[in-house]
Design a binder for this molecule. Structure first.
Ligand code: UD1
Ligand code: CA
Length: 452
């Protein structure tokens, strides 16, 4: 039987942030979400999050996680004090307790599996994860013999100079035999530099205590400040890019692009420099993206090309081209072979196959039929100051430059709109609509008058 406790009650003073540390975002997910994701596959009997600092906010952010229990630690008096809060909730629990620091987000699921396996093989009271770091500053140092048995963990700030030379660090990830841990938890003392109860002190009270060293020390990076947050972001981004390159995506300048876990690419996609993907994206085969794109919660079909543009909550079907300098906002849906050019914004609109809007337009709350040609500067005036209204443009219609279509309005199929028109009434199929001041030409005009 397995219970998992994630420690997430700390304030994260070193982040200097209004946000609790475990809610800091990393490649689109919060630290604590990443930690929880990393252990979901272990199918624990119980999964407990220890909350304290801004507990409500942390709780709310994870309300959707099924089966997660919250235990309040108030006030927060250290990692040992945090685990003491489980003495009540786990009173009758007999199995292993996996303790994870909420600020160690890069751990791979396989590593946790190995740790638990190792723990069972050795029949230890506790098995903890360690890493040898080139710069162990800030981490607790683990003192162990050649057989892997740990005698003590000493926090960086409590170490002598001699002890600081030990580069074997505590990752903050432990597999405990819960009944044996529960028996020693009440004996923790706060005689250390911070005056806190340290979970790490239980290791010297439990026999045998063993450690397992990770191969890739990146995995156990803890995040205490913004520098470490950036370093972890870099590691995650590198992992994501490597993964997708292995799956057949070309990045012409990988380091300049950022990805999210939820972005999936097809084959033979080419991503040029400075492209950023956030949230859940589906990118079809053969797309050509960038340079310079932000793509968020968007689906692209096959062979779509996007250049210097922002796409959010949009759907773009096969063969479309977008940009340069276009913006597709929530609910923009382009059927196949549409062309959206420079300085065109599309929001909550459906464009049927082959629509062209090549320059300087706003299409909001509109339905455009197949093959509509949107003239430069065409605007759907969708907002009357109180409510939004729809514009419908029938298939094969063509709007002249600088047309304003005041919604609600319906243009039938094959309509032509004269340049510079402001239309406020529906237009039947096949008609020409012109609504602008007539041109006046005065041949007898005296020209500009000289000033006195
Ligand atoms: C801790 C370890 C250190 C280890 C490092 C790995 C202790 C005493 N030290 O140090 O040996 O090398 O992690 O990253 O455990 N938390 C609570 N309640 C509290 C205090 C902290 O829930 O009262 C939570 C924090 O939210 C955080 C985690 O525990 O998620 C670790 O706390 P932090 O203060 O960052 O510990 P470190 O100093 O990094
Ligand atoms: Ca930490």
């Amino acid at each position: 039987m397995l219970a998992i406790a994630v420690l997430a009650a700390g304030k994260g003073t070193r982040m200097k942030s209004a946000l609790p540390k475990v809610l800091q975002p990393l490649a689109g997910a919060t630290l604590v979400e990443r930690v929880l994701r990393g252990c979901r596959h272990l199918r624990p009997e119980r999964q407990i999050l220890i909350v304290g600092h801004q507990a409500e906010r942390v709780r709310r952010s994870l309300a959707a996680v099924e089966g997660l229990e919250f235990v309040l630690q108030e006030p927060q008096q250290g990692t040992g004090h945090a685990v003491q809060q489980l003495l009540g909730p786990l009173r009758d629990f007999q199995g292993d307790l996996l303790v994870l620091n909420g600020d160690v987000p890069l751990l791979r699921p396989e590593t946790l599996e190995q740790l638990i396996k190792r723990h069972h093989q050795s029949d230890a009271a506790v098995t903890l994860l360690t890493a040898r770091l080139a710069d162990p500053t800030g981490y607790g140092r683990v003192f162990a013999d050649a057989s892997g048995e740990v005698s003590a963990i000493v926090e960086h700030r409590d170490c002598s100079d001699e002890q600081r030379r030990n580069d074997l660090t505590n990752a903050g990830i432990y597999c405990f035999d819960w009944p044996r841990l529960a028996a020693v938890l009440p004996d923790l003392r706060s005689d250390n530099d911070q005056g806190e109860l340290y979970l790490t002190d239980t290791v010297a009270m439990l026999r045998p205590a063993m450690h397992m060293e990770v191969e890739d020390p990146h995995e156990t990076s803890g995040i205490n400040d913004r520098g470490q947050l950036a370093a972890c972001e870099a590691v995650l981004q590198e992992r994501l890019r490597r993964h997708w390159m292995a799956e057949g995506v070309t990045f012409t300048d990988p380091a300049s692009c950022t990805l999210s876990d939820g972005t999936r690419f097809g084959r033979d996609v080419v991503v040029d420099p400075q492209c950023h993907f956030r949230g859940e994206n589906r990118i079809g085969d053969g797309c050509r993206l960038g340079p310079g794109c932000l793509i968020e919660n968007t689906t692209l079909g096959t062979g779509v090309s996007v250049l210097y543009s922002v796409l959010r909550d949009a759907r773009v079907e096969d063969g479309c081209t977008v940009g340069p300098f276009a913006q597709l906002r929530a609910g923009a849906h382009l059927a196949a072979d549409c062309r959206i050019g420079n300085f065109v914004e599309v929001k909550n609109s459906r464009l049927a196959t082959g629509v062209k809007a090549n320059h300087l337009s706003y299409l909001g709350d509109a339905d455009l039929g197949a093959g509509v040609n949107v003239g430069a500067g065409t605007i759907t005036a969708n907002y009357d100051g109180v409510r939004k209204h729809r514009t419908v443009i029938g298939a094969g219609s063509k709007t002249g430059a600088n047309s304003v279509l005041v919604a609600p309005i319906v243009l039938g199929e094959g309509v032509t709109v004269g340049a510079g028109s402001t239309l406020t009434r529906d237009v039947p199929a096949g008609a020409l609509a012109v609504a602008r001041g007539r041109q006046v030409v005065r041949e007898d005009w005296p020209g500009p008058l000289p000033r006195d």
